[in-house]
Write a protein that binds this ligand. Structure first.
Ligand code: HEC
Length: 157
């Protein structure tokens, strides 16, 4: 009798521990609902077809910003960029390729952008919360294609 109580007690401790661990293992903000897909519809950009329209330097960081000629033409004509457009931030740390951050126009809607982080081998950073990309880029104005470097794209020849 006594040992049965003890065993029950231990097993419920195990259940509670497992539940707590499961919670701890889940990354911040992660619920049971798939609020943000980590692998989404964003495709790896055709880098050799894109224009390098500006560079941002900060300490050891060097960022090359790329997009298509068609997107630059649209921006300069005050039009939304074509569906499918990639805007890429190629991130170098101390001159070593670190990652590609990609924004892609997924549809006609002005808000229809998705974001993705690719490693140098072009695999997706599986645990990235791409909703964070979107929420920060939303601070950049809608009519600026949610691009922080919009004015560089506007003046690029
Ligand atoms: C906290 C704000 C913030 C977050 C989060 C963020 N970005 Fe950005 N992003 C910027 C800023 C600011 C720039 C302009 C370049 C710079 O200052 O380094 C930029 C530039 C870019 C560019 C080049 C085009 C542009 O908007 O100028 C791309 C593409 C990009 N980010 C993609 C991403 C992706 C993909 C993620 C998520 C993995 C992400 N960003 C997360 C702030 C953010």
């Amino acid at each position: 009798m006594k040992s049965r109580v003890l065993r029950l007690g231990l097993s419920s401790v195990a259940v509670v521990t497992a539940a707590v661990c499961a919670l701890l293992v889940l990354p911040e903000g992660r619920g049971p609902a798939p609020a943000h897909a980590e692998v989404n519809a964003v495709t790896f950009p055709p880098l050799d077809q894109l224009e390098h329209y500006t560079t941002v330097r900060r300490g050891v960081t060097r960022e090359h910003m790329l997009t298509s000629r068609a997107a630059l033409d649209a921006i300069q004509a005050g039009q939304p960029v074509p569906t499918g457009t990639h805007v890429v931030l190629v991130d170098y740390q101390s001159d070593v390729l670190h990652r590609y951050l990609v924004a892609q126009k997924m549809g006609e809607g002005i808000d229809d952008w998705q974001y993705q982080w690719f490693w140098p081998d072009r695999s997706v950073k599986a645990d990235e919360n791409t909703a964070r990309c979107y929420s920060c880029h939303q601070r950049s104005r809608r009519e600026r294609q949610f691009m922080f470097t919009f004015t560089d794209a506007l003046s690029f020849k």
